[in-house]
Ligand binder design. Structure first.
Ligand SMILES: C[S@@+](CC[C@H](N)C(=O)[O-])C[C@H]1O[C@@H](n2cnc3c(N)ncnc32)[C@H](O)[C@@H]1O
Length: 269
C-alpha cells in the first residue's frame, strides 16, 4: 500500500495518517510508543521547549550522537555534512567568512566548515551539553584544534553574548524542523543584530503545503509563507532556495538577508 499523498501534503499528526503508517510499518509501532511515553514524561518536567528538547538530545546522544543529529549510519552522517558544506560553498562560503552555526550538533557539517574557514572564524552554538561534548570528540578526530573553533552552550536564541555586526554567514540546518514558532521568532528577532552588512542566514525547515502541524514536540512542519512572512516582519528579505530541493534531503531551505537600502525593505522605506 503506497501513501497517496506527497510528503509535503501529509499531516503526520492526524489519526488517519498514524493508523495508515502503523498498518504499513508494524515494526515501527514499538519505537513510536516509546517516543510517545518519553514525550509525555519530558513535557511534564520541562519548563519550556528548550528544556524539553535538551532532554531529548540527552537521551538520544547517550545512545548514539550521530543518530541524535538525524543520521542512521556514519556514512549518512558524512554524506549529510558534505551536502551542507558543498551547497554552502557553491552559494557563497569563503575562507575569510565569519560563521555562526546555530544548533551545530556534533559538527556533522561543522568540522568541514572549520577546516575550510580561517582560524577562529567558526562559532557553533547548541542547547545540548551532551551533543557539544560529542562535538569536541569530532574536533579531535579531525585534528582541528589549531583552527580554534568556538563551541558554546546556549539557553535561548537571544544571542546577547555575541558581537553586533560580526557574522557574515549564519547557518542552521535541521534546527527549525525541531522548533516551535516562538523559538524561530526569537531567532529571527535577534540574528539581524549579529549579522555583518551583506551577510546572510540560511536555515532549513520541514515544509508542508497543507495544515501546519507537529509530531510530539520533536518535529515541526511549516508552510513556506509562514517563515518568509516572519522573516520579513523582522526586516529581512527571504528567498526560498529552490535548488536545495534537488538534493536528496527531505527539508527545504530559506536564505534571509538584510535589504541593502530602506527602499528594498519588505516594510518599505
Ligand atoms: C537534528 S540536529 C542537527 C545538528 C547539525 N545542525 C547538523 O546538521 O548535524 C539539531 C540540533 O539543533 C540543536 N537545537 C535544537 N533547538 C535549538 C535551539 N533552540 N537553539 C540551539 N540549538 C538547538 C539540537 O540540540 C541539535 O544539536
Amino acid at each position: 500500500m503506497t501513501d497517496p499523498l506527497p510528503p509535503t501534503r501529509r499531516n503526520r499528526a492526524s489519526l488517519t495518517y498514524k493508523l495508515r503508517y502503523a498498518a504499513r510499518n508494524p515494526d515501527k509501532i514499538r519505537g513510536y510508543l516509546s517516543r510517545l511515553s518519553r514525550d509525555l514524561k519530558f513535557r511534564a518536567v520541562s519548563r519550556d521547549h528548550v528544556a524539553y528538547y535538551r532532554a531529548v538530545m540527552k537521551s538520544d546522544t547517550a545512545r548514539d550522537p550521530e543518530a541524535a543529529v538525524g543520521s542512521r549510519s556514519h556514512g549518512r552522517w558524512l554524506a549529510l555534512g558534505r551536502m551542507q558544506f558543498d551547497y554552502l560553498l557553491e552559494h557563497g562560503l569563503k575562507p575569510d567568512d565569519r560563521m555562526l552555526e546555530i544548533g551545530c550538533g556534533n559538527l556533522r557539517a561543522g568540522w568541514r566548515f572549520i577546516d575550510h574557514l580561517e582560524t577562529g572564524n567558526y562559532y557553533g552554538i547548541d542547547i545540548s551539553p551532551d551533543i557539544l561534548l560529542a562535538a569536541q570528540k569530532t574536533l579531535v578526530r579531525h585534528d582541528l584544534a589549531d583552527k580554534l573553533p568556538h563551541l558554546m552552550l546556549v539557553d535561548d536564541l537571544k544571542l546577547r553574548f555575541l558581537p553586533a555586526g560580526h557574522f557574515t554567514v549564519v547557518h542552521a540546518h535541521s534546527v527549525f524542523s525541531h522548533s516551535p514558532l516562538d523559538v524561530i521568532d526569537e531567532c529571527l528577532a535577534n540574528v539581524g543584530r549579529v549579522l555583518a552588512p551583506g551577510g546572510f542566514f540560511d536555515f532549513t525547515f520541514d515544509r508542508t503545503e497543507g495544515a501546519e502541524h507537529h509530531v510530539l514536540r520533536e518535529d515541526f512542519y511549516y508552510r513556506t509563507e509562514t517563515l518568509t512572512r516572519l522573516a520579513e516582519r523582522h526586516g529581512f528579505t527571504a528567498r526560498f532556495m529552490a535548488d536545495w530541493e534537488e538534493l536528496p534531503h527531505g527539508q527545504s531551505k530559506i536564505r534571509v538577508t538584510r535589504p541593502e537600502s530602506p527602499e528594498e525593505s519588505p516594510a518599505g522605506p
